[in-house]
Design a protein around this ligand. Sequence first.
Ligand SMILES: CNc1ncnc2c1ncn2[C@@H]1O[C@H](COP(=O)(O)O)[C@@H](O)[C@H]1O
Length: 408
Amino acid sequence: MRETDFKRKYDNSNGPLASSLYSFLQKIPKVELHAHLNGCIRPDTLFALAEEKGVTLSSHHFQPAKKNENNQNRYHTDDEDALLYNVQPRSLHDCFDMFAEIPRCVSDVTSLRRITFEALHDFAAHNVLYLELRTTPKVLNAECDKRQYLETVLGVMNEFEQSRTRPMTCRLIVAIDRSLSEQEACENVELAIDLRKSTLYADRIVGMDLGGNPTRGDFRIVRPHLERARQAGLRITLHCGEVADSGAMTSDHDDESSPPKYSETQAMLEFGPDRLGHALFVPNTLWSSQQRHIPVETCPMSNVMTLELAQHVRGHLIEGLQQHPQLREWLDTQYPLAIGTDDPGVFDTNPTKELWLLCRAFDLNVSMICRLVEQSVEYAFCDETTKRRLQKDIHEQMLLLLQSNRDK
Ligand SMILES: CNc1ncnc2c1ncn2[C@@H]1O[C@H](COP(=O)(O)O)[C@@H](O)[C@H]1O
């Protein structure tokens, strides 16, 4: 089948073929480079853990998804109809409220093991062949300090890989929460460096992430610790420009007598991270030509929700995504991108849904989306041998899938 035929077959936006597109996308091999462990929690697991531990969750945030009643008949109704809407409250503010509540339920090693296993299982179910999962190490209780927290997650990754006939390759990124203290940042970096000395974890821990509430904290405080991590061989990804020039220290004064404004986004670009998370508000003037090649981890559903893009179109996700501040330009200019889910449990998403939304919002055909996925392996933090093996596996699987569609 030629590319134009594919486009005709799979790009029928509101018609019954939408489900064919979804099931095709579900089968393609994928790469997930931007997922936060606690944000992956299955809603059912969260409710079960809350009950078990006697935790009352805020009813505003933790409720089953509702359909947008006003618009149920506006679009063609097919199996995929439920995917079109997300009217749950998930502004940036809402989701950080939720992030504060989840650890009250994931409060011991047993529940940490459970959410890790389930997250890995859920990614593998969408044929993710390579996963970089990130998490902020936490002290859960007297039996579980930050080191045990990370060792638990790493242990589950080992078990998961060994138990599957066609294993998903799992890697860990140790996260720093920018809203916490410098000491926390320092501890997380030292822990990541120390754990990598063990042959058990040397390959498994690949990088550090700076995340957390973008309206809090200051990159300048964390920067020396990230520098140290980089010198120790860890790769660095930064949540950057998630809100307009993030950073609590930005000066309000802009007259000639006052010192130049501190731009956190600029400082992050100058640091030269290996990848950027989100990069929603990075003015064109800030990027030097070299920085323009820093790959971006983009998370369509998360962006639609935190920027409240779908609110203006009655919760319709595709129309919401079309308002994304950067994606159209990135796709048009073939900017280096990796498509991620961010927090599948919080945003009611999964790796297939992300690709499906992207295809439908920006009129991408399946060949384009396959190319995008294949290219994103290049931005992974694993070693070169693993990358080449993955590229080969992904390419072969994609060819087989495209071939079998041609034969139908
Ligand atoms: C919505 N976009 C986002 N922007 C920034 N940080 C985010 C995030 N989504 C998640 N996190 C970070 O990941 C933590 C949850 O996973 P872990 O407890 O680390 O496994 C959140 O508390 C936040 O620090």
